[in-house]
Design a protein around this ligand. Sequence first.
Ligand code: SAM
Length: 293
Amino acid sequence: MSETTAGRWVIEHVNDDQGFRTALLAQGDVHTADSVQNLALFNNATFGRVMILDGAIQVTTADEFIYHEMMAHVPLFAHGAAKEVLIIGGGDGGIAREVLRHQGVEAVTLVEIDQAVVDLAREHLPQVSDGAFDSPRLKLVITDGAAFVAQTDKQFDVIIVDSPDPVGAGKVLFEPHFYQACFQALRDDGILVTQSGMPFLTPDWFQRHAVQLNDVFPARAFYLTTVPSYTGGPMAHGFSAKTARHDVSVETLSARSAAIAGDLKYWTPALHRAAFALPRYIETLCGTAPPSR
Ligand code: SAM
């Protein structure tokens, strides 16, 4: 972190090797904690409260609604009848909050490797989980998500992998054996959604990730979201299933979303469908572009 007269600039190191950094000006103190990962937490005039994990922005109170709504509601409204949901990562509780808004969901298992993330988020970012950790429908398991899914005998309707990028503890969540274990843990009509990074910034690992999902899942698509604090262009989300599940009409999505408690701030039925329309460079990276002329 570097100091200025106006305060302390906190540097995000997510793309150092490409000479690309993001700097946010911290207002007041920067809280840090060292556990499984290096955690930092501070206030910023634009993004509100910011959590950084191993140098990469994980969640900000200003724009977390975008990412958490799109990671939770796209698979759940596409599925239409999910009862058992597994969240891997997601220790800030934002995705759990959104999943629990679906009254039909009977059980959410949240598998987070780092208790410190949960503790820090509950204390300093309570609005993100908004009571999700106290829900009788939520079971919190502190362990490695890959190890959990490899040994579970449970079956899930939706698995949401809210992982960091493939570095540090998150690396194992981008390995083929993890996707195979997710395939086994999904019901036949189940859906796996993954945090798939920014294809423009990290085309190599995005392409590898797309191939590895493709090798395991017969039906694989990607959808895009623009999260202001995740710099570097649109963020991709992997949408994988055993049968094609992503092509749901706006009418059906509208009907299904009518049952959710409260208002949504980002997801809409039309946006859900439009998010699956990819620019040609991303189609090329994930192997769905038409043959070149
Ligand atoms: N939205 C963020 C992004 O797009 O990078 C991800 C946020 S979420 C906080 C990432 C979470 O995954 C962190 O809480 C981290 O501790 C957790 N995590 C990392 N590796 C994990 C693993 N192998 N198993 C379970 N949780 C893991």
